[in-house]
Design a protein around this ligand. Structure first.
Ligand code: UT7
Length: 333
């Protein structure tokens, strides 16, 4: 049987806070529009600290909160869609950065669904006696990915990292993960790979033309906001329904829902469709914006530090992201 228990959580929030008012000085937007359409008031950007720096800091904080030593970590699973290295992978950089000398490493990129994928993977490793303590960390530095001339997308995102130390539990955990890549162009950022190999074309014919272009704009995150919105509401509701069905639970059994923080209206539409009261739904998008896979562990840390994660609680994590991916986890703490 799969089961997880959270031993500790941590975050790293970068120091440059940018409010909607700040953004309205550099683009045609205003606080009222952003708050009413998204629920976001401010976001933080990492001015000069790398993605892996943020991941290491969040991980150190989670390890301290868990009361374990870096040497106790058997596995580091790191999630990111905004790493700065092709290789080494982010989990290796975290493993080295925290001194987890006994840990194996795995990197995950299912974009904003990444923390859910990573916890799902962790729960499966934890069924093996070789792995007792797993660090799951998600870190995203998205400010350099977004186009500050595209007001519909750049206002949504922030930077940050969140981490959790988890161990095996004898209380069951259930999950549902999904992919729908036929619509991947609704949200993507292409890697611009330049090279000097004379035998290889710059443009390859198997990559979609929309996704590979020399136009500078296509270096940035590309998003069909309405398409993603529609997908997100359905995908989050479906993921929760499928996970509850696997668990043999009903919505009233769930004490706390922690959704991906993309847009307050997406969260409210999906949870209302499920009939889950808003008091059970945790939201911190106002201050953090969308930090992709770092959203859910950042919420977990807020709740944990407030003493709101209690033994025996049934918690649901649910998210969606580029891919298009989606998924949910239900576990008992
Ligand atoms: O992790 C996943 C990441 N992505 C998402 O979650 C995106 C999901 N989609 C959304 O959150 C929403 O679709 C948006 C927030 C991106 C846009 O909200 P919307 O309610 O779908 O607005 P819209 O695209 O229908 O735009 C309405 C109007 C347009 O003006 P016109 O054509 O009606 O004159 C936009 O040009 O709002 C305008 N607009 C803005 N106005 C002020 C778009 N962005 C802004 C802005 N400030 N920042």
């Amino acid at each position: 049987m799969r089961g997880i228990k959270i031993l500790g959580t941590g975050v790293y929030t970068p120091d440059v806070k940018i409010t909607n008012h700040d953004l309205s000085k550099i683009m045609e937007t205003d606080n009222e529009w952003i708050v009413s359409r998204t629920g976001i008031s401010s976001r933080n950007y990492s001015k000069d600290k790398s993605n892996h720096y943020m991941a290491v800091e969040a991980s150190k904080s989670a390890i301290e909160n868990a009361g374990v030593k870096a040497e106790d970590i058997d596995l580091v699973i790191a999630s990111s869609c905004s790493t700065e290295y092709f290789y080494p992978n982010l989990a290796s950089l975290v493993q080295g950065g925290i001194g987890a000398v006994n840990a194996a490493v795995v990197e995950v990129n299912t974009a904003c669904t990444g923390f859910i994928s990573a916890v799902d993977i962790a729960s499966r490793y934890l069924m093996d006696d070789d792995y007792k303590t797993v660090l799951v960390v998600a870190s995203e530095r998205l400010a350099p990915h977004v186009d500050f001339e595209d007001r519909a997308s750049c206002i949504l995102f922030g930077d940050g990292a969140g981490a959790a130390v988890i161990t095996k539990s004898d209380k069951p955990m259930y999950s549902y993960l999904s992919g729908k890549a036929d619509n991947f162009e609704a949200l993507y950022r292409h890697k611009n790979i330049s090279h000097n190999c004379p035998y290889v074309d710059e443009k390859d014919e198997t990559t979609s033309t929309a996704a590979f272009d020399t136009d500078k704009k296509l270096q940035y995150l590309q998003m069909d906001g309405k398409g993603v919105y529609k997908f997100a509401v359905d995908a989050m509701a479906t993921a929760v329904e499928k996970t509850l069905a696997k668990a043999g639970l009903i919505k009233d059994d769930i004490d706390l829902v922690i959704p991906h923080q993309a847009n307050i209206r997406i969260i409210q539409s999906a949870t209302k469709a499920l009939g889950i009261p808003q008091e059970k739904v945790f939201v911190n998008i106002g201050e953090h914006a969308n930090t992709s896979s770092a959203c859910i562990p950042t919420c977990l840390d807020d709740l944990n530090k407030d003493g709101r994660i209690k033994e025996g609680m049934k918690i649901c994590l649910v998210g969606f992201g580029a891919g298009l991916t989606s998924g949910a986890i239900v576990f008992e703490q």
